[in-house]
Design a protein around this ligand. Structure first.
Ligand code: SER
Length: 315
């Protein structure tokens, strides 16, 4: 029987992944852990513990006590926060990964660890970025993602560890809020539109970035983890793609629902980070190897975001 531990369960991905895994594997079989207090959306849906992933002993004890077979390691500092404290970004992102990989070898676990479009850099081809290409990230977050991919690869080859990974694009969701990312504008814009009818974007109007609605991201993650190991041929993290749009384009999609919505642009320190990342991603390897297929385009994502956020914000 699969016994799952999600580390970083109270973050943007963690909350929704925990709920989806509980629905599939049973509430008691999906243990949620985070350094933060329990997210209200998780309360009462299954087991939860406060855990500092940097505490290797505590993590090991939890894994043994709960007879964990699979870990999803989601605890991390994202790109914008990472630039504010690069040392912490390295220590947390890489330190936690190494410990979980070691634990994976010791306890024979299956591991999921997310990489990102941030693993690419300004020298990477920016349109339809291929699975295998130049990787020279310039943010500390991106460096931890690229180094992390290599580390996963190393543990896979050297210790036959079953570790799987995707390069998430910017993730858009309404249940739990993102924090500290460069793609976060594409979530904030919906809050601005509903609450105030306007939004000031910290990226310029024609900054295209790869994005994805959270339901697609959760489905991709679960699909990859359920794929028989023989089909996982690509060594590194899989490119994953759904939508690519600019602040101007998402504003236009919102205007179809809220015609008075106004967007203005005030690019800040996020801009050079976004400029170093791909505009769109070629994910044909994931599609061929394990059948990945996205469902949400810009229009469908905008519909569900506005509908659900209006209910959530009661407007
Ligand atoms: N969404 C992340 C960020 O903006 C990228 O992985 O930092």
């Amino acid at each position: 029987m699969e016994r799952i531990l999600i580390i970083g369960a109270c973050g943007q991905i963690g909350v929704e992944l925990t709920l989806a895994l509980r629905a599939k594997y049973g509430n008691e079989n999906v243990f949620a852990a985070d350094i933060r207090e329990e997210n209200p959306l998780l309360a009462g849906t299954g087991p939860f513990a406060i855990l500092d992933v940097m505490d290797a002993e505590a993590t090991r004890a939890l894994v043994r006590k709960e007879k964990i077979t699979t870990i999803y390691l989601l605890a991390a500092l994202l790109s914008a926060t990472g630039e504010k404290d690069p040392k912490l970004c390295w220590n947390l992102n890489i330190g936690s990964l190494r410990q979980v990989l070691d634990l994976g070898v010791e306890e024979k676990l299956k591991i999921f660890w997310p990489s990102s479009i941030a693993a690419f850099g300004p020298t990477t081809p920016r349109e339809n970025t291929p699975q295998r290409t130049i990787m020279e990230p310039t943010t500390m977050y991106g460096i931890t993602k690229y180094a992390g991919e290599l580390l996963c690869q190393y543990y896979k080859n050297k210790f036959s560890l079953d570790v799987r990974s995707v390069r998430y694009p910017g993730l858009i969701s309404w249940k739990s809020e993102p924090g500290g990312g460069t793609t976060d504008y594409a979530v904030e814009i919906f809050y601005g539109a509903i609450r105030e009818g306007k939004y000031t974007s910290f990226l310029s109007e024609n900054t295209f970035l790869p994005m994805m609605y959270m339901d697609d991201a959760i489905r991709a993650t679960m699909q990859l983890m359920e794929t028989p190991i023989e089909k996982i041929k690509s060594g590194m993290s899989y490119n994953l793609s759904a939508i690519s749009f600019s602040p101007k384009e998402i504003a236009e999609a919102i205007k179809k629902h809220i015609p008075s919505f106004q967007i203005s642009y005030k690019p800040d320190f996020h801009q050079p980070i976004a400029d170093s990342w791909p505009k769109s991603i070629d994910d044909s390897v994931a599609r061929a190897e394990w059948g990945w297929k996205h469902e949400y385009d810009l229009e469908k994502m905008t519909d569900v975001m506005l509908e659900n956020l209006k209910k959530k914000l009661k407007q």
